[in-house]
Write a protein that binds this ligand. Structure first.
Ligand code: ADE
Length: 245
């Protein structure tokens, strides 16, 4: 998977992209990330990337010409890529959307700045507008990092077999069950007995029930979309939960 990121602040990406799983994905040749400075696509002496909105109002907009030149140029390097724009007006980023995006041949991500970008860039180039949550960041860079991270985890081979993305929270629409490691008792709190039982079937059942319980308590909205069995529904009923998928 090739990611091309268009930004006014390429230096912001150094830390997150040089560590851990994203680093490993690049080292294994499974993902490639190229950062592009939008300002390099200006043609005026002041390297202007923003301008005042028609009709007035606060703030500045990103001008269309440098963005358009940057996108056209990067499309030649990532020919089949989907073009994404990070913006609070976008579709909420979920695990399902990350899975969809991980199947694209490549991604070009435009990081919005200032008060937004000229609408004609949206119309002409952008396939998906994506928000990472209902809050306003100073710019799209942090959102682009989140997007690259979550999609990278889903690229086959990036995670080791012991880190499978399949057991992540949201993989099946549920939150993850609680996890414990040694010692068997800590601060007076014991590890739950099923995990120490050595009985594999019992462990699987306990974990599933804990996932269901946690999701019902913390994110009941997820239960209407989750993939549930009859056994799951029966268990949820014992918790007093019935409005499920
Ligand atoms: N840019 C500013 N806020 C954002 C958000 N919540 N998601 C994506 N891009 C953004």
């Amino acid at each position: 998977m090739r990611f091309d990121i268009l930004t006014l602040f390429p230096d912001m990406f150094g830390g997150p992209f040089d560590e851990s799983i994203i680093r490993r994905g690049q080292d294994k040749g499974l993902i490639q990330i190229a950062l592009h400075q939008i300002r390099d696509y200006t043609v005026d002496r002041h390297r202007t990337v923003d301008d005042a909105p028609y009709g007035g109002g606060a703030g500045m907009l990103m001008k269309p010409e440098p963005l358009s030149a940057a996108i056209e140029s990067v499309k030649k390097l990532n020919t089949e890529a989907a073009v994404l724009l990070t913006t609070p007006q976008g579709r909420p980023l979920t695990q399902k959307l990350a899975q969809e995006l991980s199947l694209k041949p490549g991604l070009i991500i435009i990081c919005g700045r200032y008060e937004g970008i000229d609408e004609r860039i949206h119309q002409h180039y952008v396939d998906h507008e994506i928000s990472i949550g209902d809050y306003v960041l100073s710019g799209g860079e942090l959102a682009a990092m989140v997007l690259v991270d979550t999609v990278t985890r889903l690229v086959p081979g990036v995670l080791g077999s012991d880190e499978s993305a399949l057991t992540d929270s949201f993989g099946d629409g549920l939150l993850e069950y609680p996890q414990y490691t040694r010692p068997p008792e800590f601060n007076g709190l014991p590890v739950p007995a099923p995990l120490l039982s050595g009985n594999h079937a019992e462990i699987i059942r306990w974990r599933r029930e804990q996932s269901l319980k946690r999701t019902a308590e913390r994110r009941p909205d997820l239960l209407t979309q989750a993939v549930l069995s009859d056994k799951d529904r029966l268990f949820l009923k014992t918790l007093g939960v019935s409005n499920v998928s």
